[in-house]
Design a protein around this ligand. Structure first.
Ligand code: UD1
Length: 370
């Protein structure tokens, strides 16, 4: 029996884990999975709702220390709690997703007590070292025993870093999630109370904004909202607000003007988010996950960042980068309205979970750590 401990903490990780965890459960005679929740995302609508909706097994452990301070103390506090759990429970391996502080803390804590790490969504690079996520992914790839890559390009990045021996191309786990759940995508009762029918029954833009690079920079945040106000003269916008954006706007105390045609609502559950992305004319985002969700759902996307890790979505014509200036945001959204990309499968065919489990069971790599 292989005992896997999966450490989750942020909203996109609950979503990704839903695909692999349900596939792992079908191998209960050979693999057991235990979930640890780091506590990074803790609001009901950032955490609990995903466990319920995506039928994720409840965490056996939830970290108790305060993880809501700065990046370093968040990471350190998680690490010290995780070390205790790993030392007592002695799992065969620790599985992590993506590039968050939870990913980094779990990987470092595991290797410090000699437990191999499996990194799902390895090999992505923005080549922007100002992003906390870029630092996290470079370190986690380097210390993982097995790097599971979503694309050829991610494999090439791992190769350039000298990590090809520990790397395997499995495709994108988010593709599995979309395949598993896109038929269930509908507005939840809560979301339908917040999103006026009159808005979503006509063309609209679906927008999100959560990265500190934008929210914590007053000039950029002001430009972002000026851009939304411009766009909303033509098309209404639905903007579910990440807690970081909500708290920053509260601090600005009404000085950032938002047009009434920009509908700012609470964070959405997964089905509602997928439903609205599918129905929207254009998605406008700084999220990595949403760039790909909109790609799978075939809705054109505008990404307001200087670079993206998911360049294939741009190469295929579904996604474009925009500067955060009001005019550029509006121009890109209006250009995207009439655009359509090409169909392609740069991230596999939605069978990443199966490939990951095959690699754990059949490739014997785990024996070298026993
Ligand atoms: C984190 C990840 C980011 C990922 C994002 C998904 C890192 C470095 N960043 O960013 O890669 O794209 O999650 O959402 O790990 N907050 C709440 N309630 C919550 C969650 C957060 O109020 O349920 C507050 C936090 O206390 C903090 C702020 O929102 O003040 C930001 O949260 P944090 O976890 O630090 O980073 P994210 O922006 O969510």
């Amino acid at each position: 029996m292989i005992r896997i401990f999966t450490v989750l903490g942020a909203r996109p990780q609950f979503i990704k884990a839903s695909a692999l965890s349900s596939a792992l459960a079908e191998h209960g005679d050979t693999i057991s999975e235990t979930i640890i929740h780091s506590g990074q995302h803790y609001d009901e609508n950032m955490s609990e709702v995903f466990f319920k909706q995506l039928r994720l097994t409840k965490p056996k452990f939830t970290l108790q220390q305060n993880v809501h301070s700065g990046h370093a103390s968040m990471t350190g506090n998680m690490m010290s709690d995780l070390e205790g759990i790993f030392n007592t429970e002695k799992p065969d391996l620790v599985l992590v997703y993506g590039d968050t502080n939870t990913t980094l803390a779990a990987s470092l804590a595991a290797v410090k007590v000699q437990i191999p790490v499996v990194h799902v969504e390895a090999g992505l690079r923005s080549n922007n070292m100002r992003m906390p996520e870029e630092i996290n992914r470079i370190i986690v790839d380097r210390i993982s025993a097995l790097n599971l890559a979503p694309s050829e390009k991610a494999m090439n990045n791992l190769k350039s870093d000298g990590l090809i021996e520990s790397s395997l191309l499995v495709g994108d786990i988010m593709h599995d999630v979309i395949k598993n759940f896109s038929n269930e995508a509908r507005l939840s009762t809560k979301a339908s109370l917040e999103v006026p029918d009159a808005v979503i029954n006509k063309p609209f833009v679906f927008a999100t904004c959560h990265r500190g690079e934008t929210t914590d920079n007053q000039v950029l945040l002001t430009e972002f909202f000026k851009g939304l106000n411009l766009i909303s003269k033509e098309l209404p916008i639905v903007l579910p607000m990440h807690p970081r954006l909500k708290s920053v706007l509260a601090k600005h105390n009404g000085t950032i003007r938002v047009s009434p045609n920009v509908h700012m609502i609470d964070p959405l559950d997964f089905f509602s988010s997928i439903f609205l992305q599918k129905r929207a004319k254009v998605v406008l985002t700084d999220s990595g996950g949403i760039q790909k969700e909109s790609f799978y759902l075939e809705t054109p996307c505008v990404t307001f960042r200087e670079e993206t890790e998911w360049t294939e979505t741009i190469d295929l014509g579904w996604n474009r980068l925009s500067q955060i200036s009001s005019n550029e945001l509006a121009r890109n959204v209006f250009d995207a309205l009439s655009s359509r990309g090409q169909i392609g499968n740069p991230y596999g065919r939605g069978d990443a979970s199966k490939k990951i489990i095959d690699s754990l069971l059949n490739q014997g790599w785990i024996n070298q750590f026993k």
